[in-house]
Design a protein around this ligand. Structure first.
Ligand code: ANZ
Ligand code: ZN
Length: 753
């Protein structure tokens, strides 16, 4: 006899764990290497397992992509949706120091918490492929790739300034020394030069830029990368110094303005400052010292008050006009960009003008010349410059991958032989950084002292570790073959799964992680180790979930939302559905508990729904809308369409459940199981009939400055861009100068002219 479900209560605490166990037992989420089905590799940035536990932002990103992959599986794809832990890094090290535990233990405990949380959300990750960047069997390969970079000449050592706290006697990462204040003790930090390992990402600048043309990234992500790489074409020109053997070489993108160059400016770090003979040596030295402690960011900031000192008693010669012009030192000229020296053209350049006005320097009205021509005439060079800097790859900390190199007095820097990888982190008693700014590893003699692999003489291990961006630069490759002991991944598997079809992550990773991993991938491609030169076909980004006050969540603000509380109270399905319904996926949206409760109500309603006589047209339209919206990551409107479908009262229950399944998987599975023996996720995704789903025409209003101007018949769902093109073709609206427009889909557009 059929069970009577009408009195049952929607009890997520019973339903959710039940289906989670069922899916896991059936292995429904495991990807199959070399399956004949089309593959779909969906990647979300793996979390840093911090002490704070999973964030509601993680829930947003993972749930949305989970909906995508659940639908893809139903559409017949062989889906790979993996998860792992990006676990090296300072917060863990600091916490370990504070609580006197090993970072290994802290990491293990945190991962356990994260994994439990992720599992109770019912996310369909393939846990068979779980990876952990701090596992020696993982970082063996991170070290191996580093050695390839080293052997190919792409890793080198250089003196670079680090942030140094004189009170704590430690080197700090940039994000720990914001505003030159030590994050731990508040003391003023200084810059200290230290030998660092660097990676030559600049060698790939041109390709990293050009190949953006071949990938499908969110437009704002492309723009950020383009600006970060910062390609500019210009000229190198030499200005002789009067009565001296020296010349100053400058870089300009505006050689055509050279007749307006009324002074030169050197960056405080410029090498000529120590070589030239001028009158006010001590004044200049004082200025240079002050300037060096400012960050490039402050120095490049246009709104900062300009400062500087003239090198008195010497002059440079403008090679075009032959005029003698003064030479200044100022910190608005940056040391690591181009030649670190500029010709100042106050008539044309805003910064130069402010500076000239402040110090009463000459401003000469400009007479433009052919640029290219003048560069040739003056014996200058046309060149291309990039803002992109080489990647500082050393950290003087414990909790990172040891850099697998050995220093030998006789042989120089020698790579650790491949058979000796991984170079494992030794267990130590004290994780405090050393007083010299070296990593705590430098204090462990038994680890540091080694035989040179080449001459067997006494040698020392490199004690710097890698930055926390290392492990994430190639992790998506390891998912393809996580247990391989011979290779970072078998090449047939790389061939089968790559490239990543869809990759989602935070906007804050656009210029570091995303660029770094593209760089490593290109390098591996050049060695024939991966099949494509770009790792990710499509890159998208979820907006932040803000606090209820509309501000970024932070402990100090006290507006952090803990997902556990809501998970417990309303269930995973409500929480997932709600976070996808919050608003457009790419936009930052404040948390709103009331709307979460609304979602719970919606699911309770579905739990009690009775079969109805379906309307074909409504059904097919809904299928089309939900399918298309999900492909375009418009989760919120897809969910709205589902709600409308329910409200129409003319739904097909089976179609409704299938469409709901990617969003609220537990509930859908539960309701499906009342009438079926198999999982709903083994069903195929509903298809729609184009004719039945065909859009109706609607009347669309065009306003100008808020007043009705016209009504036109158009199809439902027309985009703003499409309507703008239409408007430009309408005779009465043709020659409008449109300043702004307000677009309400399927209703109206208001043009502000
Ligand atoms: C004269 C001039 C006239 C300039 C003018 C600009 C406008 P991008 O496009 O970012 O490459 N510059 C060169 N090296 C610099 C450094 N190390 N620190 C700060 N500024 C530097 O900018 C190139 C321009 O930035 C160069 O062209 C130079 O100023 C300045 F109407 O030369 B220009
Ligand atoms: Zn040696």
């Amino acid at each position: 006899m059929p069970k009577d479900f009408s009195k049952a209560k929607y009890d997520h605490k019973k339903i959710e764990p039940k289906w989670q166990k069922f899916w896991e037992k059936k292995g429904l989420h495991e990807a199959e290497d070399f399956s004949k089905k089309p593959k779909f590799y969906c990647l979300v940035e793996f979390p840093y397992p911090s002490g704070a536990g999973l964030h509601v932002g993680h829930v947003r990103s993972y749930s949305a992509l989970d909906a995508v992959v659940r639908k893809k599986r139903m559409q017949g794809y062989n889906v790979l949706y993996p998860m792992g832990w990006d676990a090296f890094g300072l917060p863990t090290e600091n916490y370990a120091i504070k609580t006197r535990q090993a970072p290994q233990k802290v990491t293990k405990d945190n991962i356990k918490i994260y994994k439990g949380q992720i599992k109770s959300l019912g996310l369909s990750f393939d846990w068979q492929r779980e990876i952990n960047t701090t596992d020696p069997q993982y970082y063996k390969w991170t070290q191996w790739i580093f050695l390839l970079l080293f052997k190919k000449g792409l890793a080198y050592q250089a003196e670079m300034p680090i942030n140094w706290c004189p009170a704590c006697k430690i080197g700090l990462a940039n994000e720990e020394a914001i505003g030159n204040k030590c994050e731990r003790c508040g003391a003023e930090t200084i810059k200290k030069n230290q030998k660092q390992w660097m990676l030559k990402i600049t060698e790939y600048a041109e390709r990293l830029l050009k190949d953006l043309g071949s990938v499908d990234y969110l437009e704002k992500i492309k723009i950020q990368q383009i600006n970060w790489i910062g390609r500019s074409e210009g000229s190198l020109l030499k200005f002789p110094i009067a009565n001296s053997q020296y010349q100053i070489e400058i870089f300009t993108t505006r050689a055509d303005t050279i007749y307006g160059a009324t002074y030169l400016v050197l960056s405080p770090e410029h090498e000529l400052i120590d070589k030239l003979h001028y009158e006010n040596q001590s004044e200049v030295r004082e200025y240079v010292k002050l300037a060096k402690n400012k960050s490039d960011l402050e120095r490049g900031d246009l709104s900062q008050e300009k400062t500087g000192v003239e090198l008195r008693g010497i002059k440079a010669v403008n090679p075009a006009s032959q005029e003698e012009i003064p030479i200044w030192v100022a910190d608005y000229v940056l040391p690591h960009y181009a030649t670190g020296a500029i010709m100042a053209v106050p008539d044309q350049d805003q910064r130069d003008r402010e500076f000239a006005e402040k110090f009463s320097l000459k401003i000469k009205e400009i007479q433009l010349v052919d640029a290219k021509e003048i560069t040739k005439k003056l014996g200058g060079k046309l060149t291309v410059n990039y803002k992109l800097r080489d990647w500082i790859f050393s950290r003087q900390h414990y909790w990172g991958e040891p850099i697998p190199l050995i220093h030998c007095a006789k042989c120089g820097v020698v790579p650790v032989p491949e058979k000796d990888l991984p170079v494992e982190l030794p267990r130590v008693e004290n994780y405090q950084p050393s007083n010299t700014g070296e990593s705590p590893l430098s204090k462990i003699d038994s680890w540091v002292q080694v035989k040179c692999p080449e001459c067997q003489g006494i040698a020392k291990r490199e004690t710097d570790t890698m930055p926390n961006w290392a492990g994430s630069s190639w992790y998506f490759l390891r998912y393809l073959d996580p247990k391989n002991h011979k290779n970072f991944a078998a090449s047939e598997k790389l061939k089968y799964w790559l490239p990543v079809d869809l990759y989602n992550g935070g906007m804050e990773h656009t210029t570091l992680h995303l660029l770094y991993s593209r760089f490593w991938h290109k390098f591996l491609f050049d060695l024939g180790l991966v099949p494509h030169s770009e790792p990710y076909k499509r890159r998208v980004s979820h907006g932040m979930v803000l606090g209820e006050d509309g501000e970024k969540m932070s402990k100090s603000r006290g507006n952090v939302i803990n997902p556990d509380i809501y998970l417990e109270k309303y269930g995973a399905d409500s929480l997932r559905l709600y976070e996808m319904f919050l608003g457009p996926f790419a936009e930052a949206i404040p948390w709103n508990t009331a709307s979460l409760i609304g979602m719970r109500r919606f699911l309770e309603r579905i739990f009690k729904l009775k079969p109805r006589k379906a309307n074909n047209q409504i059904t097919h339209k809904t299928i089309k809308k939900v399918t298309g919206d999900m492909d375009n990551l418009k989760f919120n409107t897809a969910i709205s369409a589902l709600m409308e479908y329910v409200n129409s009262g003319r739904y097909d229950s089976e179609v409704l459940l299938k469409l709901l399944a990617p969003f609220a998987p537990h509930l859908a599975e539960e309701l499906w199981s009342r009438k079926h023996d198999s999982s709903i996720f083994q069903e195929s995704w509903p298809e729609f009939d184009e004719d039945l789903a065909r859009d109706n025409q609607i009347e669309f209003v065009i306003q100008i400055n808020g007043k009705l101007k016209d009504k036109i018949k158009i199809k439902i769902g027309i985009s703003e861009a499409e309507i703008m093109t239409l408007i430009k073709e309408l005779p009465k609206l043709k020659n409008l100068e449109i300043k702004r427009s307000i677009f309400i889909p399927d209703k109206l557009i208001n043009l502000v002219v």
